[in-house]
Design a binder for this molecule. Structure first.
Ligand SMILES: CC(C)(COP(=O)(O)OP(=O)(O)OC[C@H]1O[C@@H](n2cnc3c(N)ncnc32)[C@H](O)[C@@H]1OP(=O)(O)O)[C@@H](O)C(=O)NCCC(=O)NCCS
Length: 197
């Protein structure tokens, strides 16, 4: 019965609105995807494994269509909006596994000028609350490139534990880099639940 409810809750993603002190998370519409797609400014060095963004409106529409299809298959993808409604990024739980009760976290803030203001950190905390308290997941994992200090700090701030390193697993701009693995268990999140993000 519990499993049925959690899957039902996940299918009500279009109704989700998670509000913090800086940002609100809610579903992305087609125009939101176009806006994010056009706005995304890659950090240097490249902060993530390739995202293939920014090429055309059709690319954004394909992203939107894939997102809709994926929402049915085990992904919860939400926009990050400031409290006055400005779209600043996106965040997702992907590879949701209902049997093992696990998922993977990904987050991005589109404009460089919007990074470093606490949006990613609070968005992560809000989505973790939904993952553990409403979807009843047991574990959320995340992978980051070894040199992405902002992403590592954001995970550590939210209680993630470093679990491993895939050595030389990623090839970017002619060089190989390690991919770091992080994980957060429900009981570890419990200690953070009532603290500010
Ligand atoms: C990584 C990212 C999501 C973080 O979100 P953000 O809103 O910029 O980060 P926040 O302001 O919430 O800060 C999170 C932590 O990172 C630290 N931080 C922020 N920018 C940093 C930087 N350039 N270098 C080092 N640390 C940084 C903050 O001090 C904070 O640490 P604290 O909690 O100890 O104070 C965002 O910078 C981003 O989208 N970058 C490009 C895409 C990307 O890297 N995505 C993640 C892929 S796994």
């Amino acid at each position: 019965m519990a499993l049925v409810w959690e899957q039902f809750a996940w299918r009500l993603a279009w109704m989700i609105e998670l509000r913090g002190s800086l940002v609100t998370l809610r579903v992305l519409e087609r125009d939101d995807c176009r806006q994010l797609w056009a706005a995304y400014e890659p950090a240097t060095p490249q902060p993530t494994e390739p995202l293939h963004v920014g090429l055309s409106v059709e690319g954004a529409d394909t992203w939107f269509a894939e997102m809709q299809a994926d929402q049915e298959k085990g992904r919860l993808h939400l926009g990050i909006f400031t409290l006055d409604g400005r779209l600043v990024g996106d965040i997702q739980l992907s590879s949701i596994d209902w049997h093992n009760r696990t998922a993977e976290l990904g987050v991005g803030i589109a404009l460089a000028s919007d990074r470093g203001h606490g949006y990613g950190r609070e968005a992560t905390r809000l989505l973790l609350g939904y993952a553990f308290d409403h979807l009843d997941l047991a574990r959320v994992g995340a992978s980051v490139l070894e040199y992405n200090n902002a992403a590592v700090r954001g995970l550590e701030h939210n209680g993630f534990v470093a679990e491993g390193r895939d050595r030389a697993a990623v090839f970017i701009d002619g060089q190989r880099h390690d991919r770091l693995r992080f994980g957060l268990l429900r009981q570890e999140y419990g200690a953070l639940r009532d603290t500010p993000a």
